[in-house]
Design a protein around this ligand. Sequence first.
Ligand code: 0X9
Ligand code: ZN
Length: 299
Amino acid sequence: SMRFDTYYNLEGINAWINDLVRTYSEVTKLVGGVSYEGREIEGFRISHGSGRKIIFLEGGLHAREWISPATVCFIANELLTSTNPETRAAARDFDWYIFPVTNPDGYVWSHTNFRMWRKNRRPIGNFFGVDLNRNWNSNWLVSGASTNPATDTYAGPGPFSEPESRSLSTYLRSLGDRIDMYLSFHSFGELLLIPFGNSTAPYANYHDAINIGRRAMGALSVRFGTLYRTGNIAEAIYLATGGSIDWVKEDLNVPLVYCYESRDRGQYGFLLPPEQILPNSQETMDSVLELIHQGRRFG
Ligand code: 0X9
Ligand code: ZN
């Protein structure tokens, strides 16, 4: 079983996924796509009878944000092992599609060569990497994204130019209208963000999404007092288009989509000490349960 006092590399996470498949009959291995360097985007489904609505967890789109895959793994572990009735109900009531590392090449690079790597690893001229949270086909290159492959927010030569975002989006589309909630995990900043990255114009359930998010962040704060701010991407953080949650909202019409910016507020930033994996993950799990609870109330 996985420990939550240390960060795992890709091999470790994928070995743990194989363990889960062997141990739990409700776990099925999934392949969500493929990376530039030919790695599979490995994930798994937790299902107690298929055909339920889906909660989709996307981790590790940005390589250096190691708390993201760790938190996604913790949530999965809770769904499989917790005896808390609320957690058991959440596990049974949904089909959980869980992908801890959606940028495997970048994650490996950040473990082996350069800790602060963010993008994928496709060579572009003399440079490497496209920002996989700028490459989705939703207002691509409109705001907060760069045409310069030397930068960390390079959006790529075109929308879905990258195998990771293109294949994952195809996979997501294949799930059709079954996705009820999509959660994307990043760090850092202690924020809960909703679409869109270039506009604060309220769409159909904008205010519900904000209210549900605020209540969930109330639940997140109970355990350790961590205070997340909830808001639209453009107002709460900065203008940024071509991100995964914007595309999932716009193209797939998923009712509830959120992007977590996990601990901390910048003291350690991307280098969050391993002692904080457990508290960050526990408070996040508390909030995910509340998102589900509140999502039910609002329909
Ligand atoms: O800039 C980003 O991609 C995210 N912040 S990070 O520090 N993790 O890089 C914020 C993205 C918010 N926008 C969308 N999710 N679309
Ligand atoms: Zn990020």
